[in-house]
Design a protein around this ligand. Structure first.
Ligand code: S3P
Length: 183
């Protein structure tokens, strides 16, 4: 059995919400290619995200992120976005070309999951928990605003989160099962 997808799946949510991991599970189950906007940003810039922030500033990063987002929506069926993608109004209409799933996680969980990360400039501060809380307060309403579906990644194992998104897509007829070879 194969699948036909009407529009790309776009995962949004804060750092540590599990976007890349959930994308891996969806990608494996539907046999579709997934791309992280962060990976594309680094490819366009030819350097790592912390270096972009340090050498060129956040504004330059956001500009690259919009370019990367457009590229991903045009080329792949599954996109894991960076946590700050909802900060720019101009990204909304690009995001809405896809089915947007918001991977929610409470701040405490975001904090635990990002503890070992040292390549996230936005939380490269003394009080990381406080920073994550500030970002969450600012961005949560925006994630909700663009989302077609929300899943709490602290309440279910990653594979189940992926399955919940797939089930929602099937229910909404955005994803259809097809007999192999008929697409
Ligand atoms: C950012 C999140 C990161 C990355 C960049 C900025 C943010 O992506 O895009 O460091 O502003 O929240 P992840 O959400 O994949 O960690």
């Amino acid at each position: 059995m194969g699948y036909h997808l009407e529009k790309p799946i776009v995962l949004v949510g804060p750092m540590g919400s599990g976007k890349s991991t959930v994308a891996r599970f969806i990608s494996a189950r539907l046999d579709i290619i997934s791309l992280d906007t962060d990976v594309k940003v680094e490819e366009i810039a030819g350097k790592k995200i912390p270096d972009i922030f340090r050498e060129d500033g956040e504004e330059a990063f956001r500009h690259l992120e919009t370019q990367a987002l457009k590229y991903c929506l045009d080329t792949v069926q599954l996109i894991a976005t960076g946590g700050g993608v909802v900060g720019e109004e101009c990204n909304y209409e690009i995001l809405r070309r896809g089915f947007v799933a918001y991977l929610y996680a409470p701040v405490g969980v975001q904090y635990q999951r990002t503890l070992a990360l040292n390549n996230r400039p936005m939380i490269d501060v003394e009080d990381r928990r406080k920073r994550l809380k500030e970002l969450f307060e600012e961005r949560h309403p925006r994630y909700k605003q663009v989302a077609d579906y929300t899943v709490d990644t602290s309440a279910h194992p990653v594979k189940e989160c992926a399955d919940m998104i797939i089930n929602e897509l099937l229910e909404k007829h955005i994803l259809r099962e097809i007999a192999d070879g008929t697409d």
